[in-house]
Design a protein. Structure first.
Length: 313
């Protein structure tokens, strides 16, 4: 079985590609190594993949891909994106629309020509915005509160309409704040770890009482694999970790596991930040026969071990 993983040098894409290779897939990994964060870190994410004989790396922008690279693929895992909720305002929105909306449309357009088993799109909890009652379930009308969320939702709609009109077998997975080894360096836990180990102040946006349904990377990867083999088509599915906690509590846990004492600096709440997230995963249980296995403490322990092993040397 051959598949394509876009964003294969990123946090989720690299873990997914690794697992696919372990399971015997031939993986074509596409990534343009954008400078949103250090391409050096992305190169490191690729290292173990590149040693694998069933892995082919194509360093290219999705907008420059041709059918030649996609031909023969049975599944496309579209993990590439311009990520980051808080950075998507102002002039940078142009890059978000290009990378998240236009690139997805081009990829879907090419996928019309393939005999795909599934097109899995990495969507986001940020499509929901601030909902009046939790948990968030897929039937709610999405109302993103960040420009980033708008682009992720627009791409979900594109996935739907390419399914509806052309039968491209798309499914959108709404990942909820993913964490674990190789987490992106702009995300909360990675920033907190960097500050803890270097003795710098930890910046908390707002009162720190915002909550997140944190999802461990391994759970995200298994849900993604299940979706490729599932019956799901033309729909969105929540993938949440079941570990909803206040940010400040998560920080305490991280500090405890690392044996460091945090020095906290409070900053203003950031525009575009959702106050609370919690996934209703009834659909994922039913359609994917999936549920999260890793609790926050266990996942954070693995994250701390990785950070000490890979990031402090
Ligand atoms: C994360 C990812 O960054 C998005 O790419 C993804 O689409 C989204 O999850 C999702 O659920 O789909 P976010 O929930 O903002 O977005 O995750 P973090 O960057 O880990 O931030 C979590 C919370 O910590 C936010 O409220 C943020 O404001 C706060 N934070 C972050 C701080 O207080 N200080 C920091 O230094 C960083």
């Amino acid at each position: 079985m051959k598949c394509v993983v876009t964003g294969c040098a990123g946090f989720i894409g690299s873990h997914l590609a690794e697992r696919l290779l372990q399971e015997g897939w031939k993986v074509v990994g596409v990534d343009s190594l954008t400078p949103y964060y250090s391409p050096e870190l992305k190169r490191r994410n690729l290292a173990s993949l590149e040693r694998h004989e069933s892995f082919e790396f194509i360093k290219r922008d999705i907008l420059e891909l041709s059918m030649r690279e996609l031909r023969g693929a049975e599944v496309v895992f579209h993990e590439a994106a311009q990520p980051g909720v808080r950075a998507s305002w102002g002039e940078s929105f142009a890059e978000y629309t290009r990378a998240n909306v236009l690139a997805t449309q081009r990829l879907l357009e090419m996928c019309r020509e393939l005999e795909l088993q599934k097109f899995v799109y990495a969507s986001s909890s940020s499509v929901y915005g601030d909902v009046s009652t939790l948990p968030m379930h897929e039937a709610l009308l999405p109302k993103p509160v960040s420009p980033y969320g708008v682009t992720k939702l627009a791409a979900e709609h594109l996935c739907y309409l390419y399914w509806k009109n052309y039968g491209v077998p798309t499914v959108s997975l709404r990942y909820f704040t993913v964490y674990g080894p190789r987490q992106r360096p702009d995300m909360a836990f990675h920033r907190f770890a960097r500050a803890l180990y270097s003795g710098e102040e930890i910046q908390i946006y707002g009162d720190g009482r915002q909550t997140r349904d944190f999802t461990f990377i391994r759970d995200v990867v298994s849900a993604t694999l299940r979706s490729a083999e599932s019956e799901a088509e033309g729909e969105a599915i929540n993938i949440g970790g079941g570990s909803r906690v206040e940010l400040i509590q998560a920080l305490e846990l991280l500090a405890e596991l690392s044996g460091k004492t945090p020095r906290i600096k409070r900053l203003e709440r950031q525009h575009g930040d959702v106050r609370d997230t919690l996934a209703d995963i009834t659909r994922a249980r039913r359609i994917l026969n999936w549920k999260p296995e890793v609790r926050l403490e266990e996942g954070l322990r693995e994250f701390v071990e990785w950070y000490e092993r890979e990031m402090l040397t």
